[in-house]
Design a binder for this molecule. Sequence first.
Ligand code: ADP
Ligand code: MG
Length: 295
Amino acid sequence: MFYKSFRFMKGKLVEAPIYGLTVRGVTKHFHKTKKSDEKLRFHQKIRQLFKREKETIRAVDGISLDVSIGEIYGILGANGSGKSTLIRLISTLLLPDAGSIHVFGDDVVTNSMKVRRVMNRVSVEASFFKRLSSAENLIYAARLYGISAAEASKKARNILERLGFEAKRMDEEMEQLSRGMQQKVAIARALLTTPMLLLLDEPTTGLDPKSKRDVQAFIEEIRDDRNAVIVLTTHDMAEAERLCDRIAIIDNGKFIAEGTVKELIAKVPPKDNTPLTLEDVFIALTGKNLEEGEE
Ligand SMILES: Nc1ncnc2c1ncn2[C@@H]1O[C@H](COP(=O)(O)OP(=O)(O)O)[C@@H](O)[C@H]1O
Ligand SMILES: [Mg+2]
């Protein structure tokens, strides 16, 4: 769904779609000192200290994308392909080396405070006070957003219930909870406010099958009942196919294909008339099989 606005362009009033999220040519490289496996003598080690060989990791390399309001945009890629780096760039946690990112028209670098107020990110590294309960953690987070404890508690209970998290376990210490349950708390925390941009970085990775289904069903619900922009990264083909309106395939920091599942499948010629799946397309384009060496 596009929200139309009228803008002046070259002195004329024109109708233009407002994208929720616009990423243009974004690049982020990391520089790492190369480790050599060879056994070095003392003087060689000293020399190495001064003459370190630097390795450049092109984590995100010239990526562009547009996501409109009401859309779930998927980023599908193997481990280490650059998904989390891209999400961190969008969420203002990292600064791009080149390119620009706009969230509802605001630049994430020059207007980061404003952007942070309209977005939330859920990732595997979510941090909590482990010795406090999920209810306490959620109320604490809500207070930071200026939401009252009573309202936060009501809202959190409602979200957790929809996620299949038993309300009676809300008073257990976080560290007693399974990965799946902790992830549900992380999602509830991100949705205490009403983020207009929701960044879900591998929201179901490492979850048990039931938690995975609960989380996926909940993501479908929020897509249906809010006008938010949702970006979801995954290495799960079925999840990308089920949840995402459009999918970009990322490999070595670059988008190598983008489109609906149908459009992606049309990019690869079928062999012996058997219809292709998203997985066939992924393997054909990246030469990688996501089922191998996962988790
Ligand atoms: N802070 C960092 N310093 C150095 N290298 C990094 C850093 N963050 C990510 N990388 C590297 O960038 C690449 C992309 O990582 P990441 O974005 O985490 O991929 P993904 O989320 O798809 O698994 C990897 O090679 C990773 O090792
Ligand atoms: Mg990641």
